[in-house]
Each structure stands twice: as structure tokens, then as C-alpha cells.
Design a binder for this molecule. Sequence first.
Ligand code: N2P
Length: 342
Amino acid sequence: MKQRRMLVLVMGLFLVGCGQQKSEQKLNVFVWPDYITEEIAQGFGEETGIQAVVTTYDSNESLLARLQAGATGYDVIMPSDYMASIMIQQGLLEPLDKANIPNLKLVTRFRNAYFDPEMRHAVPYDWGTAGIAYDSAIYPNLPQTWAVFWDESYRGRTSMLDDMRETLGATLKLLGYSVNTRSLDQLEAAKQKLIEAKPLLKRFDSQAAEVLLAGDAAIAHAWSGDAFRAATEKASIRYFVPKEGSTVFIDTICIPKGAPHKKVAEQFINYMLKPEVAAKFTNHAQYATTVDTAREFVDSALRDNPIIYLPEETFDRLEWIKDLAEFLPNYDRAWTEVKASQ
Ligand code: N2P
């Protein structure tokens, strides 16, 4: 009897010991809101015994600022195309050990993307567009133009992304210019124009789904996934790419320089690329992934949605945001002036 009690005690201690060891293994994932759901993180935990701790950022520029300020401790980040390009040039990313990421072979779409054609540092993961999400129950005939943000009749009912490149970009598009213009005159015109819109906006906010669902705005400059996510909760929400054109993005998965758990981060990237997991990502975030074989596991309503799986011809109206190198400080200044204007 005594012996048995002893055995139970020893086994108990052993189990506590294992538990502790497991809970010490963590992975710090720093991503866009709504990207890594509880379900996705838990699945990784079940497979590996490692807990993925998720924190979020809401713009590429704030992610970059964190890394440049010397933030360490992050293992996985998801910068968009142009930001991955900046980070590669600045030496802010770890090279990927492909032997640890066999599922890289499943990346089909955008496999040779310009920012890293051999996927040495950045794995193209999901893609979508920016456009306008609105409540069609309130505005059944909203014109499909960026000009809605300058229209007095929607005063106080609109929001735009709190995002330098997207929001100056949308204004540049309205004026008929490229989102990557290096003309000081065009940029100045966009700045002035955006300053005119500001008093009509409820606010700049990149959480467009939340803004719409809370009823804070009825017309929101939004990323497509956020628009569709809002529509799953409120069916009257619709989305379009304005006739003047807009932006398209790919978000990538990368490992920041000095990540404390690089190997586990590679395991995580491999997990995210599993078709079933990529499908879970699409079903929640409402962005198509670069893993084409995931499509068969995606909810049928999304699988057949041409705005999520964009047909090639739509790309004619879309521009990729590009790194502007030495011209970028001009955008920084313009955006700071917009934000500071009354
Ligand atoms: C936010 C998703 C944003 C993606 N939910 C923009 N690259």
C-alpha cells in the first residue's frame, strides 16, 4: 500500500515535471489582428506541445518601428510584400532553414514574388485587396469611388485606414496617380486632398470590421478580409474595389533576426502551410492563401467568391505598394502633416 502511494506520488511529480517543461516552450507570434485564431494556435499546441502566444500590430510601419527599436523576443512576424522587402534589405530577417519547412513545396501562388523569389527569408502566405466596405442597408446605392470620403453627405459616417501607404495611396488613386509616385507635386496634391477629407471622417482606424459592426461608421476604407469578416456578422455589409483602382497585397511569414526560438518558428511556418491549417486561416481571416491545395478545405461560400480568389483580369486595376527607398521620408512627412491637421 505504502509502495503504491509512493509510486503514485513519483508519477505525479513526473507529470508535473513534464507539464512544466512543456509550458516553458513558447513561441511568440507577432501578427495582424485576426490572423492566428485560438483554434490555429491550439492546433499547433496539440501537435508540438508548444504554446503560441499571439500579439498583434495594425500596420507594417508599426511592425518595422518595433523591430528597428530593437524589440527582441518575437519569433514569427507577417509583414506585407513591400515591408518584407525593406526588412530583407535592412538585415532584419533570419534566413530560413528550408530543411525544417518541407511544406514550402505547397506554396504555389506568388511563389517567385519579387521581394524574395527564392523564399530565403519570406514565405508569401495570404493575399487580398484594399477597398471600401459599407452597410448597404443604410446606403443601397453607394457610388463605387474613393470620392465618397470627400462627399459632405456622408460626413461623420466614414472611416479610412490608419495606414500611411494605403490611405495616401487611396487618395493618389482618386487623383489618378500611382500609389508609388515619386513626384513631389503629386504627393503634395494628395496630402492637401486628404487634409480636406479629415474633418468629414469619423476617424482613421485600421480595424474596419470592428468600426462597421459597432456602427461607428457605415462606410469604411478596409482590407477585403476585414470587410468579408464583418459581412459574416452583418449580411448587409458589402465590399468593392473603387473604379479608380486600389492596392493588392501579399502578407508573408518571416522570422525576425535574433528570434529566440528559430527552429520552433520554422515548425510553425510549416504548420501554417498545411492545407487544412491554411484553409482554417482563410475561413476565418477571409484571405486566400498561397497554398492552392488548401482551397478544397475552404468553406464553399468563400471558395467560389471571385473577390477572395481574384481572377487575373482584376489585377489590372490593382497596384502593389512598393518600397520607395530614399523617397519614403516625403511620405512620412506628408502623413504626419495629415495626422496633425485639424
Ligand atoms: C488586417 C489584415 C491586414 C492585411 N486584418 C494587410 N496587409
